[in-house]
Design a protein around this ligand. Structure first.
Ligand SMILES: [Zn+2]
Length: 223
């Protein structure tokens, strides 16, 4: 039984490595394609936010590579140097995607709200679930511990699952904004799409692994 958990860990490591490599290579490739409009990522995001009436959402530069994110509490887009200052297809895609998260927040997009409420439970779940479940399994009769662990882990799985529509929607909004006015050649929009699809695959992989773990834990509990 523990042997099958090792398989799940191997799948997790392999999928994680492959998707990271894929997103990195897609980003690097599209970073070399100069954006036809000459805009930087920061300008792309600013235009998209302004078009949505979100003049008060700020844009900041953060260090790191692919560290881009939207902070809903501060209502600020934080863009990595490559994206903030870069004038490439990759920079435009990532900047517009993060702006898409700001638009979701402003429009109270339901899956994004649900995802936000799941954050605390998912954090506890991803850390405490495994020790609780193993302890419950070792102690045999301690079904309560195991049930608690599985419930906590289910919250983490729910978080991964609800992340998917949030990420897909942010990319859909991003590509829609890049298409507005047809200022960008179709092949550059397609290039941005490949970067965003690669990034989405990392979320799909994480979700798949968490579902496999849950199935394994449920199998342990049934024994
Ligand atoms: Zn995202």
């Amino acid at each position: 039984m523990l042997g099958s958990y090792l398989y799940i860990l191997l799948i997790a490591v392999a999928l994680g490595a492959v998707t990271q490599w894929y997103v990195n290579s897609a980003f690097t490739r599209q970073s070399k394609v100069p954006l036809a409009t000459g805009h930087t990522g920061a300008q792309i995001a600013r235009n998209m936010l302004d078009a949505e009436g979100l003049h008060d959402v700020g844009i900041e530069r953060v260090s790191g590579r692919l560290s881009d994110h939207y902070d809903p509490r501060a209502r600020v887009l934080r863009l990595s140097p490559d994206v903030h200052d870069g004038s490439s297809v990759a920079a435009a895609g990532v900047a517009a995607h993060e702006a898409g998260h700001a638009v979701q927040h402003a429009r109270s997009f339901a899956p994004a709200q649900l995802r936000q409420t799941l954050v605390p439970a998912a954090n506890i779940g991803s850390q405490a679930a495994f020790p609780l479940i193993i302890l419950g399994a070792i102690m045999g009769g301690a079904g309560g511990l195991m049930t608690l662990g599985i419930l906590l882990f289910a919250a983490a799985v729910a978080f991964h699952v609800v992340t998917l529509p949030v990420e897909f929607d942010a990319s859909r909004r991003a590509l829609g904004a890049l298409n507005v006015g047809n200022t960008l050649p179709a092949e550059q929009v397609r290039g941005a799409r490949t970067v965003l699809t690669a990034a989405a695959l990392t979320y799909v992989a994480a979700t798949l692994v968490s579902v496999l773990q849950l199935v394994y834990f449920l199998g342990l509990a049934r024994r």
